[in-house]
Design a protein around this ligand. Structure first.
Ligand code: GTP
Ligand code: MG
Length: 493
């Protein structure tokens, strides 16, 4: 497809490939889970059902992504270990951590009702994620020892143990209830019978970083290597590297772009209308509104098809500008809402399987370049939409898919417009399509005057200016849009 003059903005995207032989570990961690567990009345201080839900999510993650071969979790966190030689998403850190955060969240929301049939989710739960690089199996061992030590050290463990004992549980049983879960993936050939799905085993282990446990797991030995000695104390320099996270450049616009993973298949399975499904696009937009309401630092967002770009203000200090935290929190929250809101937009369609998204963060140093980025996305929307509209009209008129593709090869905008007019019998057919299809969706805050009722003592109602998140379908390439909204969407300098 044609290139636009805005494509240069792609040069601002930086590579973040994790070089071998580093072992990739992704840790997901509940976002504001103390509030979430409070709101959903989790049993204090440890809720067995909530832990079971976490374990179930981890099990599904291991089943879904064959390159993840081990995971360890407690409380609201889980660490996923990839096999050493993984080529998963070309080892790109941001892609990997975002899609694991998204998938984990989607499964969490989907499985919620199975674990808590008596409780509705009162709002969307979300998780943050980060990548931890382990330069050798020795470092991985230190990492696992550290996480398990954190688990043992946590007050929750002891408090809960004490509570259970107080309630009459024998100590051993109480301990077992609180023991952490470890998922280990075995190869198919561990089975006498060949099966297509790999087996995920959940074990409770006192010490996962011990040689005694690890070196007995043949699959782990093969993919990651053995532990040569037991660890007593994690080295300080290792701890520093586990905690290190890079920050995005100051005084730049941060754009988080999320994109549906394998949405080509997802839209086929769910029979989305071609080329544009109004309900599917409205669902995406509604999730974007939710994201803007949740994250105050987002000043503008633009969506098309299965992707959304969220622009954070230049001065944003969200998560100390740590890229992985920002990307994962936004993509996870979006995914959570996508699952929760599905029924509102598709009341008669079952969700057949769990969708998920990936995300990345890119910094743009000036408002002009940021606007060029947004223009690039809108030009892309136009080019794809015009092509797809022609393509599906040709298919509907009786051509095969490959004949339609060949027919459209090398055609220009004018040719496509003429073709559409000819096939539809309507002049200017393309420009009469709904603006949401042609222009994509812009979501931002608008100031509006609102009358609100004041205190009784103060008497009467008072006028107030309040901000409301709106969805518009407009041309964001033209400067006029930005000039007209300069007071509300502050994208200058
Ligand atoms: P990855 O993002 O690389 O995982 O691939 P993908 O399959 O998600 O494809 P990509 O993101 O490049 O493109 C999005 C795809 O989603 C489109 O090609 C369509 O197949 C599908 N899609 C998105 N919106 C709609 C819609 O409204 N209707 C239909 N029928 N399909 C849609
Ligand atoms: Mg996609």
């Amino acid at each position: 497809m044609a290139n636009s003059k805005y494509e240069y903005v792609k040069l601002y995207e930086v590579e973040d490939e994790v070089m071998p032989p580093n072992i990739i570990v992704v840790r997901v961690d509940g976002r504001n889970f103390s509030r979430f567990s409070e709101a959903h009345e989790f049993v204090k201080p440890n809720c067995k059902k909530a832990l079971e839900l976490m374990n179930e999510c981890a099990r599904v993650v291991l089943e879904h992504f064959p390159d993840i071969i081990f995971s360890y979790g407690y409380s609201d966190e889980f660490s996923f270990v990839f096999k050493k030689e993984t080529k998963f998403y070309q080892r790109r850190a941001s892609k990997i951590l975002s899609l694991i955060a998204s998938f984990f969240t989607s499964v969490y929301v989907t499985k919620w009702k199975e674990v808590f049939p008596e409780k509705d989710l009162s709002y969307s739960p979300s998780f943050r994620a980060r990548v931890i690089l382990c330069a050798s199996v020795e470092v991985l061992q230190a990492y696992l020892a550290w996480r398990q030590n954190e688990c043992h050290l946590s007050n929750q463990y002891n408090t809960c143990l004490w509570q259970l004992i107080k309630c009459g549980k024998p100590e051993k049983e109480a301990q077992e209830m609180l023991e952490v879960e470890v998922c280990v993936k075995y190869k198919d050939d561990c089975y006498p019978i060949k099966r297509s799905k790999r087996r995920v085993t959940i074990v409770h282990m006192e010490n996962i970083a011990s040689r005694r446990f690890w070196n007995d797991q043949l699959y782990l030995l093969k993919e990651l290597g053995h532990f040569s000695k037991d660890v007593n104390k994690t080295k300080t320099e290792y701890l520093k590297s586990f905690q290190y996270e890079s920050r995005l450049l100051l005084s730049t616009w941060i754009v988080i772009r999320i994109d549906g993973c394998h949405f080509h298949r997802f839209s086929e399975v769910h029979k989305f209308e071609k080329p544009n499904d109004e309900a599917a696009l409205n669902l995406m937009n509604s999730c974007a509104v939710g994201v803007l309401e949740e994250f105050n630092d987002i000043v503008f967002s633009y969506g098309v098809s299965d992707e959304y770009s969220f622009v954070l203000k230049k001065e944003s200090q969200l998560y100390g500008r740590r890229a992985s935290e920002i990307v994962s929190a936004i993509v996870s929250y979006f995914s959570s809402m996508y699952i929760m809101k599905w029924k509102d937009f598709f009341p008669h369609k079952e969700m057949m399987y769990t969708p998920y998204f990936d995300g990345r963060a890119v910094c743009y140093p000036s408002s002009q370049i940021l606007r060029d980025y947004l223009a690039w996305r809108q030009v892309d929307c136009h080019i794809n939409n015009q092509y797809n509209t022609c393509f599906w009209m040709l298919v509907k008129s009786g051509r095969t898919k490959s004949a339609s593709q060949t027919y459209l090869k090398g055609t220009q905008v004018q040719d496509k417009n003429e073709l559409l007019a000819q096939l539809s019998g309507a002049t200017d057919y393309y420009n009469k399509l709904p603006p949401m299809f042609r222009l994509g969706s812009s979501v931002y805050r608008n100031k509006e005057e609102k009358k609100i009722v004041g205190d009784k003592e103060e008497g009467g109602s008072i006028d107030n200016i309040c901000e409301k998140v709106v969805i518009e379908y407009c041309n964001i390439i033209e400067p006029s849009f930005w000039e007209a909204h300069s007071a509300t969407i502050q994208i200058n300098g």
